[in-house]
Each structure stands twice: as C-alpha cells, then as structure tokens.
Design a protein around this ligand. Structure first.
Ligand code: AMP
Length: 384
C-alpha cells in the first residue's frame, strides 16, 4: 500500500489520532520493533534506518526512535505523534516480526472476519486461529505466541460459547474482560480479535450441530454430556469463518484436543491442529479462567490437582505401568483434601480416550475435581 500523502495523509493522521485516543504509542509499547528503532536511531539524519523509509527519510522521528530503542523490552519508548504511526501503519511489509506492520483489529461481525482473511490470502499470507472463551491469561498467551511464531497473521476468537455449557453450569457467571483481552492480544502480536455476540453465531432457528461418538463420551463427557457437541459445533463454525491454515489448542483441555483432532480427521478439514503444553502458576496450579472463582482457602486446596498430576507422572517415570496403582495413589492424595471432591481420575489413550488398565502408548492421565463448587481439570500425557 502506498504511503498516503497530502490531504489523504492528514485524514489518516486525524482518524488514527481519534482511534487511538491520541496515544498511538502502543506500537512501540509492544517492544517488537526495538531492533528496527535501534537501527533507525543510528541512521544518519534523513536516511533510511531499517525498513522504515518513509519515517526516517523525513528525519522527523529520529528522537522517538532513539527513545524507543533505549526503552526496556515490552515498554513504551515514547508517545509517538500520530504522523509516525500513520506512516508505519500504512506501509505493510515493513517491520514487526519481519511480517509487516499492522493495527490490531477487533470485530464481532462474521463478514468482516471473512473480508479481512480473504485480503490476507490475496497477499499470500498464512493464517493461524486461537479459539478462546476470553478472560485471557498466560495459558492463552502461550497459544497466541506459538501462532504468531508459525503464521503471518493470527486471529484470536474471544467468545463465551453458550451451547457448550450445560443446564446449571456457569454460563452466566463465566468471567469476561474484553479490554484486558485486547491488551494481551495486542502485546502477544495477534492481528484480529473475533468477539461476536451469541446472536451473530446462532440464529434463533439454529439447528445444525456437530456430534461425535466415543472420543467425546468418556472423562468430561460423562459429567457434561452436551459439552463437546457445543465445542465441536462452535469450533467447526470458527474454522469455516476464519479458514485458518493452523489452529491452536491447549493440552490443558486434553480431551477437547483429542475431540478436535478427530473432528478434523473425520470431516476432512484442511487445518493443522497444534497442541500446546499446559502453563501453570508458580506453585503448580494449571492456569484457568475459572481459578478466579476460588477463594483463598479453595485456592490453596486446588493445589491437590497438580500435586496428584506430579505424583502420577513421577510414578510412571519410575517405571510403574499399572493404571490402578497409579490412579489410586493420585485419588488418595486428592481425597486427603477436605475441600476437594473427585469427579473422575482416569487413565486413557490420549487419542481415542479409551480407558487403559496398563500404561502403554500415548497415555493421558486426566482428572476433574470440584474444589468447593468450582470444577477444575488437570492432566499429564506420557509416551510409554
Ligand atoms: P478457554 O478460554 O478456557 O476455552 O481456553 C482456550 C484455549 O486455551 C483452549 O485450547 C485451552 O486448552 C487453552 N488453555 C487454557 N488454559 C491453558 C493453560 N493453562 N495452558 C495452556 N493452554 C491453556
């Protein structure tokens, strides 16, 4: 895209200033262009520093580039004048991960996502999708980081999907904070957030669902019999809306990952599914949006899940292969915590979710445990 000049330039500048509330410094706040800023700062006045010709040629921004280059990683170097950002934002193909400048967009409209993705495709760019229910934390960020590393453009869907919640579950109270989510996505380098209202996803007479047998029936499927029907349906819809090359899911929801892989295989979806490791708090608790439900007492009690995971992992590493021996040691540990109530602790094949009596192949040992009224999940996968 050509850099706007003359009156177009000033219209852009005005619009960007309005859009960013007059503080378009967030590009540099992300710290991802520090090395470009450093080179720009070193370039002779009036000359191109590094891939930012329109900026540096004007010579106006050297002092900002100097400050940006010196700013600690991830921190804002300077509040930039809109003009700077206008230039950089309108010259895709320049810096930022070496993958082009961008302004992160947010939309709740399916057609707008389609239009944007088609434009990226026209430019020959690859697209990654990270489906989430929002209230983003480091676990989600690890997925976005991986997607940003693997793809030219990354879409994060941020949607509390009503149809994956059963009657009496926490749909109404599920935590939401779109402003914090926007910040995290921006910092992680996502390009587009898809944040629809339920009515955009589900027409009043919506009547088509993706249902799966077997893989979705064990583990969480026993207690939440309609959950994976809702998950498969929404993920299938998201795949059709975004048409990504790759989609990213956490091993935190190991059964969900197995279900999605099976759906993609069975329905011949041309999408690579990437599983990402579990991100934990320092004390071991798996990060989860639902951890916010826990009071101080419960937060302490919740550590029994990761303790049981580490105990099972340790036993298997030391050579124990009998499922019941491992599972009963894990159950005993959880049952010792008065605030904990086991939903299930099981050992299954990680792909088929078929129960195992002996640890063999790719083994998933998974659990769901109520801490007070909050249902938490955790697991480990080991290849034996
Ligand atoms: P959610 O918003 O809970 O539906 O999660 C969206 C995606 O983030 C799913 O693929 C989850 O498995 C993944 N995720 C959630 N928590 C974690 C975590 N602690 N570590 C890694 N991935 C996670």
């Amino acid at each position: 895209m050509a850099v706007p000049t003359g009156s177009t330039f000033f219209i852009w500048e005005f619009l960007l200033c309005v859009w960013t509330g007059g503080r378009p410094g967030f590009f540099y706040a992300q710290g991802r262009v520090r090395k470009f800023a450093a080179r720009a700062a070193r370039a002779p006045r009036g000359k191109q520093g590094y891939n930012l010709p329109c900026l540096i040629a004007q010579g106006r921004v050297r002092k900002f580039a100097v400050k940006a280059a010196r700013a600690p990683h991830g921190e804002q170097g300077e509040i930039f004048p809109a003009r700077f950002i206008v230039n950089s934002a309108c010259t895709p193909g320049f810096a930022g991960h070496g993958k082009g400048w961008f302004i992160m967009e947010i939309t709740g409209v399916i057609d707008e996502v389609r239009k944007q993705v088609k434009e990226w495709r026209r430019q020959g760019l690859t697209v990654g999708l990270v489906p989430t229910m929002g209230y983003l934390h480091e676990g989600h960020k690890s997925l976005i980081d991986r997607a940003v590393a693997d793809n030219d453009r990354v879409v994060v869907s941020d949607f509390v999907n009503p149809i994956q919640f059963g009657v009496g579950e926490d749909l109404a109270t599920y935590p939401r904070d779109i402003e914090a989510d926007k910040k995290l996505c921006q910092q992680a380098g996502a390009h587009l957030i898809f944040h629809p209202e339920p009515c955009e996803m589900y027409a009043p007479d919506f009547s088509t669902y993706v249902e799966m047998q077997k893989v979705s029936e064990g583990l969480c499927g026993k207690t939440r019999p309609t959950h994976f029907k809702g998950v498969c349906t929404v993920v299938c819809k998201l795949f059709h809306i975004v048409m990504p090359d790759r989609a990213y899911f956490g091993q935190k929801d190991a059964q969900q990952l197995a279900v999605i892989r099976r759906m993609v295989r069975d329905l011949d979806m041309d999408i690579q599914i990437i599983g990402c490791p579990i991100i934990r708090e320092e004390d071991g608790l798996a990060k989860s949006s639902r951890n916010t439900y826990l009071n101080t007492e419960e937060r302490k009690a919740a550590l029994v899940l990761s303790k049981a995971v580490f105990c099972g992992e340790d036993m298997m590493r030391k050579g124990e292969r009998d499922a019941e021996t491992i599972l009963s040691a894990m159950r005993k540990l959880i049952e010792a915590e008065p605030l904990a109530r086991i939903d299930y602790v099981e050992m299954v094949d990680a792909d088929s979710i078929e129960p195992l009596t002996k640890a063999q192949g790719r083994v998933l040992t998974a659990m769901a445990v109520y801490i007070g009224s909050t249902r938490l999940i955790d697991n480990f996968i080991m290849e034996v």
